[in-house]
Design a protein around this ligand. Structure first.
Ligand code: NDP
Ligand code: 2IT
Length: 451
C-alpha cells in the first residue's frame, strides 16, 4: 500500500473508531472493506471529494427500541430491539433479523455494513440493513416466541415496508419467527404485502428460499474449485453450525459428491468419519427445526460419530471448510489447524466467520478463500427473487428459482475474478468482492447527490 493510500485508510479508521467506540465487529468489517477499496478511491478524486466512504460508514438511520414481553409464568422481560438501515442507494433496505443473546449495536452495524456490499453483488436492487434483538429463542415455548415477535414487530412496523425496508431471517429467526412477525405486521398495517421474506410457501414465500444460502454457497464453491480444475467429488468437507445455512450447505455438498464429516452448535461439534447421508441429514433437520435439540444428540444416535464439547471442528483433517455458524468462529489457531490438516478451500456461509489473522493465513498459504459477502449472497438474492414474485403476484417453480440462483452466484464469482485477479493470476476474492460491491453503491451515491 502506498503512503497516500495508507493515510486514507488510517484517516477513515480513526474516524470510525472515534465515532463508534468499542464496536469492534463494526471496526473489523469496515477495515476490511476500506483496505480493499482504498487504492480505487484514492485514484478517483471525485470519490474522495464527495466523501463517499465517510458517508458509507455512517448508517442512514439506526432505530433502537424497548421490547417488553411476558413469559409463560407471567414474568416480565425487557429486551432491546434494533434496525440499522445502512444504505439505500441502490434499492430499499434489505437484510435479516437476528435473535441471539450476543446481539448488540456493533454486531448490528457490522452485519448491515456487510449486507450493503453483499446486496450490491447480487445484481438485484436492494440496499443494506440488519436488525435483531438480544432475545434468545432457545428454550422458549412457541407461545413465548410468538409474544416476543409480536412485541418486537409492534415497534418495527413503523420503520419497514415493501418499498422501504424488507427484513428476513438470520440466526435465531427461521420460518416460525417470520410467521409470527408477518402476522403481527399484517394485523397492524392492515395490508398483505411482501414486507418480509422467508415467508411460508402458502402465503407468499418463494420455493428454495430456505435452501438458498447453503445451495448458493456450494454453487460458489464449485466455481472456485473449477478455477483449479477441481470439484466437490470425493472431498472431505467440514461444516460448522447446524442451523439453516449449515443444513442446506451439507445437503448440497453431499449431492455434489462430497463427504461432510462435521456439524456444530454453540456447545460443541460432532465428527462423523463415515460422513452424513440422507437419513442422518433428515435426523439433523428434525432435531434442529422441530425438536430444537442439541447437536450432541447426533453422536448418541449414530455409530462412529464422536461429540467434542466446547470445541470447534477446524482440527479435523479436510479438503474444504465451510463455516456456517457465526462471526469470528475461525481464529488464527483454527486457520493454522486447517492449513496443516490439508484444507485447500474455505468458503464462508456465515457472515465474517474468519478473523483478519485467519484470512491472512489462508491467503499466504495459497488457499482458495471466499468472504461471506460473496459466497453466502444466495440467501438474500433469493429473498430478492421472493420480492419480485410478490410484486408480480406470481410463483416460480423450484427449477426457475434455482436457475436464477445459479446464474447470480456465477455472476458474483465472475465479478470477484474481474476485480480480484492479481498480476500473477492469483485471485483475491476479498478484494474482488469488496471492489465490485463498492463501485455500484458508490456510483449510485454520486448520481443521487448529497443525501
Ligand atoms: P441458525 O439460527 O439457523 O443457525 C445458527 C447455527 O450457528 C446454530 O447451529 C447455532 O448453534 C450456531 N451458532 C450461533 N451462534 C453461535 C456462537 N456464538 N458460537 C457457536 N455456534 C453458534 O442461523 P443461520 O443458519 O441462518 O445463520 C448462520 C450464519 O449464516 C450466520 O452468520 C448468519 O448471519 C449467516 N447467514 C444466514 C443467511 C440466511 O439466509 N439465514 C444468509 C447469509 C448468511 P446454537 O443452536 O447452539 O445457537
Ligand atoms: O445475512 C444475510 O444475508 C441474511 N441473513 C439474509 C438476508 C435476507 O434479506 O434474506
Amino acid at each position: 500500500m502506498d503512503k497516500l493510500t495508507q493515510q486514507y485508510v488510517d484517516g477513515i479508521m480513526s474516524g470510525v473508531i472515534a465515532r463508534n467506540p468499542g464496536e469492534k465487529e463494526f471496526h473489523q468489517a469496515v477495515r476490511e472493506v476500506v483496505e480493499s477499496v482504498s487504492d480505487y478511491i484514492t485514484a478517483s478524486p471525485h470519490l474522495m471529494k464527495l466523501k463517499i466512504m465517510e458517508r458509507m460508514v455512517e448508517p442512514e438511520r439506526v432505530v433502537m427500541f424497548r421490547v417488553p414481553w411476558m413469559d409463560d409464568h407471567g414474568e416480565i422481560h425487557v429486551n432491546r430491539g434494533y434496525r440499522v438501515q445502512m444504505n439505500s442507494a441502490i434499492g430499499p433496505y434489505k437484510g435479516g433479523i437476528r435473535f441471539h443473546e450476543s446481539v448488540n449495536l456493533s454486531i448490528m452495524k457490522f452485519l448491515a455494513f456487510e449486507q450493503t456490499f453483499k446486496n450490491s453483488l447480487t445484481t438485484l436492487p436492494m440496499g443494506g440493513a440488519k436488525g435483531g434483538s438480544d432475545f434468545s429463542p432457545k428454550g422458549r415455548s412457541d407461545a413465548e416466541v410468538m409474544r416476543f415477535c409480536q412485541s418486537f414487530m409492534t415497534e418495527l412496523q413503523r420503520h419497514i415496508g415493501q418499498d422501504r425496508d424488507v427484513p428476513a431471517g438470520d440466526i435465531g429467526v427461521g420460518g416460525r419467527e417470520i410467521g409470527y412477525l408477518f402476522g403481527q405486521y399484517k394485523r397492524l398495517q392492515d395490508e398483505f404485502s411482501g414486507t418480509l421474506t422467508g415467508k411460508g410457501l402458502g402465503w407468499g414465500g418463494s420455493l428454495l428460499r430456505p435452501e438458498a444460502t447453503g445451495y448458493g454457497l456450494c454453487y460458489f464453491t464449485e466455481q472456485m474449485l473449477a478455477t483449479r480444475g477441481d470439484s466437490f467429488k470425493g472431498k472431505t468437507v467440514l461444516v460448522s453450525g447446524a442451523g439453516n445455512v449449515a443444513q442446506y450447505t451439507a445437503k448440497k455438498a453431499m449431492e455434489l459428491g462430497a463427504k461432510v464429516v462435521t456439524l456444530s452448535d454453540s456447545n460443541g461439534f460432532i465428527h462423523d468419519p463415515d460422513g452424513l447421508d440422507e437419513e442422518k441429514w433428515q435426523y439433523v433437520y428434525e432435531l434442529k427445526n422441530y425438536r430444537r435439540g442439541r447437536i450432541k444428540e447426533y453422536a448418541d444416535r449414530f455409530r462412529h460419530a464422536v461429540y467434542y464439547p466446547n470445541q470447534r471442528p477446524w482440527g479435523i483433517p479436510c479438503d474444504i471448510a465451510l463455516p456456517c455458524a457465526t462471526q469470528n468462529e475461525i481464529e488464527k489457531e483454527d486457520a493454522e489447524k486447517l492449513v496443516s490438516g490439508g484444507c485447500r478451500c474455505v468458503a464462508e456461509g456465515a457472515n465474517m466467520p474468519s478473523t483478519p489473522e485467519a484470512i491472512r493465513i489462508f491467503q499466504s498459504n495459497g488457499l482458495l478463500y471466499a468472504p461471506g459477502k460473496a459466497s453466502n449472497a444466495g440467501g438474500v438474492a433469493t429473498s430478492g427473487l421472493e420480492m419480485t414474485q410478490n410484486s408480480i403476484r406470481q410463483k416460480w417453480t423450484a427449477e426457475e428459482v434455482d436457475s436464477h440462483l445459479r446464474r447470480i452466484m456465477s455472476d458474483i464469482h465472475a465479478a470477484c475474478l474481474k476485480y480480484g485477479t492479481g498480476f500473477d493470476g492469483t485471485v483475491n476474492y476479498v478484494k474482488g468482492a469488496n471492489v465490485a460491491g463498492f463501485i455500484k453503491v458508490a456510483d449510485a451515491m454520486v448520481d443521487q447527490g448529497l443525501v
